[in-house]
Design a protein. Structure first.
Lengths: 502, 730
């Protein structure tokens, strides 16, 4: 996106609750790209680095022509809505307080903008505006939106028993023939029978003692707490001996049952049927995969739709070990192919230099700290958290500290092919130099949560980090790039020490 | 509730250090529940990721980080995180020290704090062997802050509904069960904190150790420490490696309890004894006087000394400089209350007491001359010392008054001082000292009043004084005994003994001297001089072994007599020199003899105590040893030599040197016990003690008030008949 903006292809960027001016690696590119935008809309609860990129330190605001609009958003405690965790559990959150001033929930902001835009194009004859003029958009509350995501029957269906206008109750109520709607098919059933199941709070009922609490919130799909739970049974549908039973085939009742919703294609297709053996039924084979090649598997019933929607790695059937783009060593596994051959870097030569080990001998790893979250726009405005970790730091092993004559609290300048910054060092025996291919490889570490806005400010490590990403999932290569570290001498200010009052 | 005390279970938290992941959710949850501000920190040299360095009034819970090399550990390193917070002693030193019960242990365990009762004396900050209580130095109303084990959580009203839905009975019960759990325990995601009854937590801890002897050291910190605590720890490494102090297993309050419980009977016994001695000596003196009617001796001529106001110019250059210092003190006192205690002093949670308390301790010691003189003249019938009685009492009155002024400045919340009258702490030396000093000042004032009556011919007032001063003493001592013992038996006994004495000595013709005032003065002074030592009994872990002793109260009392009499000698010499009067060297030499004997007794007592407790061998080594040597040799042995012989004592230079060194030695002793010999480690985890040097305002108050005492003494001597009539022989 930022590369599109840099190329002039992207003119307007509307950023909701993200702070790329801190979190995106190779920040020089990011900042230059933002300056190429005609308009930048930032929807935030704070004035983040992204919102104030045009007046960041060292930059003349007059030199930036991007029109920047900051829309005041509501904090999560100030609005109703759901939050979905990594386990797929959808939990409703009630607004505890009203948002301050003109701040509004994200839903309200989007609704206001949409209606204003629709008014603008209501008489338009342009085909491109038709989608806006004809859009079904009647939401007034967050629950309206959740109902839409849950989905409706649009026509009567004797098979499912749903009448037109009924909310769907489960994934299998959905039809690929236009007779049902759903904003996200995996959420079908969160509003089953008109009840917002994400509001449920039964934290006591746990039938199998597995900690599943089926009456607490709602988990996609179909309130299933453990995906692929059929795999916990043997081929006869019995839980493996010595294991905690989760689901099983009930021979008397002739159906799959258990403490969780059984993850099977059809609940009444027993172990003796092909469906009863498909523990991974979203894959074409229905069983677990050790590897997968790229192939198409057209659905016989619905030609044109692939039956298999499971993910296939783009860079080969098997996982492979590659060195990062910037690495101090050759790939010891296969020296001929050092980096992922599908990884394209640099994409823009002038912005994406590659550092060499001669110039940048150490490996920089970056991550978050427990005390700050992501770009830090919220957490760096909370004094309690700033107290715990008040500033970014470069952590290094004792061996490097000895070499550089650095001790904890000293300032060091860290540089990569993309930029440089100065932070305090933390020297620790917890990190050790690595021996790779006969070479001593020293890893240093910095958190990425800082920027120039908020109550706690500090240099962003993403000035140093490389913006390569893996060709499969697009994960940023922020865990490894090459840097140099030097001690900064003659710092006037000595660190203040609390407790000394004289 | 009629439950027996034993049935009340102690709420307890078990901290398993091996499980802590260092996320510090507890540290934040603690601030949230207790509404504490975040501290402005920076990455610190020695701490790495730990912040802040220590507990403070803003930080009641702190996770400290430890990187401990250990060959046997995975990766050769233990990376451990330790929760630091109040341990909630079963017998808390802080609560026992508190003079107003602002800090008190609830019967179910938590050691809580009530700021409405707190006078801000900060004795708790020093009493706690772990450095838990801290003061709000940045506040104009500096309260003490410490973990309360979230005792206030159980007082919270339960919600009736959640998200608009009424709660079921079961849900309400669960709220009830959950709400009493401390904020830190609730926040812990790693199961490192367990909350429950102490017996259960102890059983759980023992169970973990016996189940995983490879994982834990066989020590539950807090099971026995300082008599046991409600918060207990399990660890994979010995606790000393994590910086946990070895505080022993004896309870701290017991250290001062014994001394303080002796006070009520001691007051009664001492009062009765003094009365008896007086009667005995009086009878002998009367007999001698009767015998000498025929041939009047000159022995008791001093009793008929006449006093007169000093006829000297007041506004001398010296007095102008005193006035300047007094102005300095006034400015400093204004600064103290405008800028607050933290803003105007360099006191900290490490040096919770500083220059002002040193001055108070020193001043009280050297002001012991007043009661010593009164006791000698009236009780022990040393009429030869009569001529110095008035100046000694005036100096004592001024000294104690300014001690009180300094105390008011030093108290963080002096406007809560009335709580001293409402609360009944069982074993607080601070409480004892407060009452003792307060009552003693009133007795000093009564002792001095006759001078005022004489000067302005206030016959009626004098009559009232004659009639009631004895009754007042009986009343004051009875009140004192009652406050200290809270037992009617003691109070009644005190009332009987002192009323009897007042009754016996009511006849002003036979007992012309204000004997009950003298008895009151001696009794109360004996008590508070010694109780200042009791104050430090709670600090065996901080005070150097040359100073700390279970008999420190007696050390303090004995040394105060030596210092007090020495200072009277010095003052009398100064009076003679400054106002060009005759030096009554015989009297001063007699006083010097008392100084000599009291100093001798003090030194023998102190050194024998050290020897008996096996502390003498190492007493002279190291920095503390040097300080001790100076105190003992320069301030003890040398003045003893100087004052030993009666023939030498009449030589002004030698007497001066002996008195000066005696006073200096005791002054050094008081400075040592507060500052130099105190190994103050600062607030928990006691790894970052602050340094201390007094501010200009601290010096201002202390020096200015000394100047005020000197100036007002000079003024008093000019206005009133304090000094004996200048003798023509000069």
């Amino acid at each position: 996106m930022f590369e599109d903006a840099l190329a002039g292809k992207l003119k307007l960027l509307w950023i909701v609750g993200q702070n790329p001016a801190v979190t995106v690696p190779n920040l020089k590119l990011t900042f230059d790209a933002m300056a190429k935008l005609e308009m930048l809309v930032v929807q935030e609860i704070w004035e983040t680095e992204t919102a104030t990129f045009w007046r960041r330190p060292g930059v003349d605001p007059k030199s930036i022509s991007t029109e920047v609009i900051l829309l005041p958003a509501a904090f999560f405690m100030e609005k109703n809505g759901t939050i979905s965790n990594s386990g797929g559990m959808v939990q409703w959150r009630h607004a505890a307080v009203n948002p301050p001033g003109q701040a509004k929930s994200d839903g309200e902001i989007v609704d206001l903008v949409f209606r204003a835009v629709r008014d603008l194009v209501k008489d338009s004859k342009e085909p491109r505006d038709e989608i806006i003029r004809k859009a079904f958009w009647t939401y007034t509350t967050a629950e309206d939106v959740l109902r839409e995501i849950n989905g409706y029957a649009l026509r009567d269906n004797p098979e499912t028993g749903l009448k037109a206008g009924d909310l769907v109750r489960k994934v299998s109520d959905l039809r690929a023939d236009g007779s049902t709607s759903s904003g996200a098919w995996i959420y079908a059933g969160v509003f089953a029978n008109g009840e917002n199941l994400s509001k449920r709070r039964d934290s006591q009922t746990d039938p199998g003692g597995l900690g599943l609490y089926p009456g607490f919130g709602w988990t996609w799909p179909n309130n299933m707490r453990i995906l692929y739970n059929r795999a916990s049974c043997d081929r006869h549908g019995k839980p493996y001996p010595g294991s905690l039973p989760i689901v099983w085939w009930d021979e008397k009742a002739k159906r799959w049952t258990g403490y969780d919703v059984p993850d099977v294609p059809v609940a009444t297709d027993g172990p003796a049927t092909p469906n009863g053996q498909r523990a991974f039924h979203l894959g074409a084979e229905g069983v677990g995969r050790l590897f997968a090649a790229v192939y198409s598997d057209p659905d016989e019933k619905h030609p044109g739709y692939p039956r298999d929607v499971a993910y296939v790695p783009k860079d080969g059937p098997l996982p492979e070990m590659y060195e990062p783009v910037e690495s101090p060593v050759m790939n010891v596994l296969h020296p001929q192919v050092n980096h992922n051959p599908l990884l394209k870097y640099p994409r823009i030569k002038s912005y994406q230099p590659i550092g060499t080990v001669a110039e940048f001998p150490y490996v920089l790893m970056t991550s978050t700290v427990a005390e700050h979250w992501c770009g830090g726009s919220s957490t760096r405005n909370i004094p309690w958290l700033n107290e715990l970790v008040p500033e970014p730091m470069l952590e290094m092993p004792e061996s490097l500290a000895q070499k550089l004559s650095v001790k904890t609290g000293d300032r060091v300048r860290v540089s990569s092919a993309r930029g440089e910054l100065t932070v305090k060092a933390v020297v620790t025996p917890r990190m050790k130099s690595l021996q790779i291919d006969g070479r001593e490889v020293t890893v240093v570490w910095m958190p990425y949560n800082w920027g120039y806005e908020g109550l706690s400010t500090g240099p962003s490590v993403n000035h140093l980090a490389i913006d390569a990403f893996d060709p499969g999932a697009g994960t940023q290569e922020t865990k490894a790039c090459l840097v140099n570290v030097v001690k900064v001498e003659n710092v006037g200010a000595t660190p203040s020490r609390r407790g000394t009052r004289s | 509730m009629t439950q027996p005390a034993a049935a009340i279970k102690t709420k307890s938290t078990l901290i398993d250090i091996t499980k802590c992941i260092g996320c510090r959710a507890c540290q934040v949850a603690c601030k949230q529940w207790n509404d504490r501000e975040g501290e402005e920190t920076s990455l610190q040299d020695s701490l790495g990721f730990q912040n802040p360095a220590t507990l403070s009034a803003k930080t009641l819970t702190l996770i400290t980080f430890h990187e401990l090399p250990d060959e046997s550990a995975p990766g050769g390193l233990h990376y451990l995180f330790t929760m630091r917070r109040c341990l909630h002693c079963l017998e808390p030193a802080c609560a026992s020290a508190c003079p107003t019960m602002a800090l008190a242990r609830q019967s179910d365990g938590p050691v809580g704090y009530d700021s409405d009762k707190c006078i801000g004396c900060r004795v708790c900050v020093w009493a706690c062997p772990w450095g838990v209580p801290t003061a709000e130095w940045n506040s104009l109303t500096p309260k003490i802050q410490k973990c309360t084990h979230c005792a206030d959580r159980s007082d919270q009203p339960l919600p009736e509904s959640r998200n608009g839905q009424a709660l079921s009975a079961g849900e309400k019960n669960r709220y009830q069960e959950n709400i009493i759990v401390p904020a830190c325990v609730k926040a812990c995601p790693a199961d490192a904190l367990h909350f429950g009854d102490r017996e259960d937590m102890l059983a759980e801890a023992h169970n973990r150790i016996s189940t995983h002897p490879d994982k834990y050291v066989d020590h539950i910190y807090g099971e026995k420490e300082a008599g046991g605590t409600s918060v207990m720890y399990l660890s994979s490494v010995p606790f000393e490696k994590l910086g946990f102090p070895d505080v022993g297993t004896a309870s701290y309050p017991a250290l001062s309890r014994r001394a303080l419980h002796l006070v009520p009977p001691a007051v009664i016994a001492l009062g009765a004894l003094l009365g008896g001695v007086y009667m005995l000596l009086k009878r002998r003196v009367s007999a001698t006087a009767a015998a000498s009617v025929v041939a009047p001796s000159t022995g008791s001529h001093d009793h008929h000394v006449e006093f007169e106001p000093l006829d000297q110019k007041l506004l001398t250059p010296f007095n102008w400089s005193l006035i300047a210092l007094m102005a300095f003190a006034a400015i400093s006192l204004v600064a103290r209350f405008v800028m607050g205690l933290g803003g105007s002093t360099h006191l900290s949670d490490t040096y919770a007491w500083g220059l002002w308390i040193v001055f108070d301790l020193v001043w009280i010691a050297v002001a012991a001359g007043a009661f010593a003189t009164a006791g000698l003249i009236y009780v022990f019938q040393r009429k030869d010392l009569y001529s110095i009685g008035r100046s000694a009492v005036l100096m004592g009155l001024l000294s104690y008054s300014f001690v009180m002024v300094t105390l008011v400045a030093d108290l963080g919340l002096p406007w809560h001082s009335y709580q001293l009258a409402l609360q009944a702490p069982a074993q607080s030396a601070m409480f004892e000292v407060s009452w003792c000093v307060g009552l003693y000042v009133s007795i000093l004032l009564l002792e001095f009043l006759p001078v005022v009556f004489e000067r302005w011919n206030l016959q009626r007032a004098s009559d009232i004084w004659q009639r009631w001063s004895g009754a007042y003493v009986a009343f004051a001592l009875t009140v004192f005994v009652y406050l200290l013992s809270r037992e009617l038996t003691y109070a009644v006994l005190a009332a009987v003994v002192f009323s009897t004495l007042a009754w016996i000595f009511r006849d002003k013709r036979r007992f012309s001297e204000p004997i009950l005032l003298a008895i009151g003065a001696v009794t109360l002074s004996t008590m508070h001089q010694s109780s200042l030592g009791s104050l430090l009994l709670l600090m065996p872990d901080k005070l150097g072994p040359q100073w700390w002793s279970p008999v420190m109260p007696i050390d303090f009392f004995l040394s105060a007599i030596a210092a007090g009499t020495a200072l009277i000698i010095l003052i009398e010499m100064w009076i003679a020199k400054a106002w060009d009067r005759r030096l009554r060297i015989e009297q001063l030499a007699a006083l010097g003899q008392i100084t000599f004997f009291s100093l001798l007794v003090y030194l023998i007592f102190r050194l024998s105590d050290l020897a008996l407790r096996g502390q003498l061998a190492n007493a002279f080594s190291g920095r503390l040893g040097a300080l001790f040597a100076v105190e003992i040799l320069l301030g003890g042995v040398i003045p003893l030599v100087l004052l030993a012989r009666a023939s030498e004592r009449v030589r002004p230079t030698l007497l001066f040197a002996g008195a000066f060194l005696t006073a200096a030695g005791v002054i050094l002793n008081r400075v040592n016990v507060v500052l130099f010999a105190m190994n103050l480690k600062g607030p928990m985890p006691q790894t970052a003690p602050a340094s201390y040097s007094p501010t200009v305002f601290e010096w201002g108050v202390s020096l200015g008030l000394i100047a005020a005492a000197v100036f007002l003494f000079g003024l008093g001597a000019r206005l009133m008949p304090v000094l004996p009539k200048a003798e023509p022989g000069h």
